[in-house]
Design a protein around this ligand. Sequence first.
Ligand code: PEP
Ligand code: MG
Length: 314
Amino acid sequence: ADRAAASAPVGPGALADGTAVPLLANLGSSKGAADAVAKGAEGVGLFRTEFLFLDAETAPSVADQTAQYTALLEAFPGRKVVVRALDAGADKPLSFLNDSAEENPALGLRGLRALRANESVLRDQLTALAAADAATEADLWVMAPMVSTVEETRYFTQLARELGLKTAGVMVEVPSSALLADRILAVADFASIGTNDLTQYTLAADRLLGSVASFQDPWHPAVLKLVGEVGRAGAELGKPVGICGEAAADPLLAVVLVGLGATTLSMSPAALADVRSELARHTLDEARRFAALALSESSAVEARAAVTSAAAGT
Ligand code: PEP
Ligand code: MG
């Protein structure tokens, strides 16, 4: 029986009514690629590139990066692979990019802001990605972290296209970007919502600080309302809206996120099976009903409880 389960084909993510919800993997290095494929990942929704830069005194060369990105893309022929530009600062500081004297690094020169202040690092990374893309068969998408304005969106997508990348988008991790998602998505090819940071910035609670950990709950209706803004803008403009924060790995919350307009979900590969089976239990109408229910509550605890009991009755 074990062998049968292990070799059973893993189908694509879908709701009970057949609506496709591609399930993608979050990866931090190309080493996890084979395991993600074995667990049924339909591609990569978030490739974190920080590992290439950690412990480095300077940025890795274009040749080194090209080799790493090529190894990743080769594992996903014909599949979508979303690579995030270096997200340095705050919870992921890099000595050569970030100023350790900032008093509020989460509100400082992090993510795309830090890359812009060191544009050669960004140019080298995008150049390496374009070279890896040209050498492989994967469908490479690139995105920028910690984007808070439409102007930053324009900057990143223009630079990515100038350097030969076809599909360029941004992460929505800051309330300002969610609130102006229609204008962000008029410029970007896609959005991917980072619910870890979006929750941190919406609730004004440091994601690494244990004393405020109870605020870091993506079921909070304020966070879900922002996700809904992005989902609506994506639907209006016909642009994909992914989720790549931890929220996508919570099976019932994943259903709610789809109800709010998420078109793909990306998570650590270990979470794929449970999310896949929960999605298969609900239709899109139900997902939308759960989303409306969660939005109508006043706290994360109440939203989770309301959707949990509604799901138990289905
Ligand atoms: C997020 O913020 O939700 C996210 C996916 O990015 P990271 O956790 O790497 O900041
Ligand atoms: Mg983030």
